[in-house]
Design a protein around this ligand. Structure first.
Ligand SMILES: [Fe+2]
Length: 191
């Protein structure tokens, strides 16, 4: 197997699953084992630009973006103490941790699916610690809302994030005021 093969195989497998399944829960159930294999395997497909970090913010390095915008894969590099805002995804997603420990703190919508940008009632849910090799998934509607990051006392962390769309925007939530707004999410084009 050459450097690009594991990534090419993974993307081809995802495409195959997407061509036959449309239900998000079924898509992530089928992609999760493929992500687990990537997380456990050699990572030669990760080029230096995929490992780029940013001292001011966690770094999103684009590895793959399909022409039709139905699939995107990012390498996220987290320095200790870097966190996302409270956000959703508007898509299914599959996350695999390659190095370090990624932490997820979940929020639950008290009223189910969120259809407005205000009057949103979120309650804190549980949290997950994802060590290298771990895979987690989510599906939308009701959207999976969380904060993701790496605690200040932990090591830098590298994770792969696959989404069922071009993940160039998401809602961020103001939990206290019960509001949300859609923001553009920049990424570093690494290919
Ligand atoms: Fe997220």
């Amino acid at each position: 197997m050459t450097d690009g093969d594991s990534l090419t195989t993974f993307i081809a497998r995802c495409r195959e699953i997407l061509d036959t399944k449309t239900e998000p829960a079924e898509i992530v159930r089928r992609i999760a084992p493929a992500m687990l294999a990537v997380a456990a395997g050699h990572k030669e497909f990760l080029r230096p630009e995929h490992r780029r970090c940013d001292p001011t913010h966690y770094a999103r390095n684009c590895i793959y973006l399909s022409n039709d915008g139905s699939l995107s894969l990012f390498a996220l590099v987290w320095l200790p103490g870097q966190w996302t805002p409270v956000h959703d995804h508007g898509s299914w997603g599959v996350v695999g941790v390659l190095e370090g420990i990624l932490e997820e703190r979940n929020y639950m919508s008290v009223d189910g699916e969120i259809k407005r940008d205000n009057g949103i009632r979120l309650r804190r849910g549980g949290m997950t610690l994802l060590p290298a090799g771990a895979v987690t998934t989510f599906v939308p509607n009701p959207d999976h809302i969380h904060v993701t990051g790496v605690a200040a006392e932990r090591a830098p962390t590298l994770s792969l994030h696959l989404y069922g769309r071009n993940m160039n925007s998401f809602h961020i939530y103001d939990v206290e005021n019960g509001t949300r707004r859609l923001i553009d999410v920049p990424h570093h084009q690494a290919h």
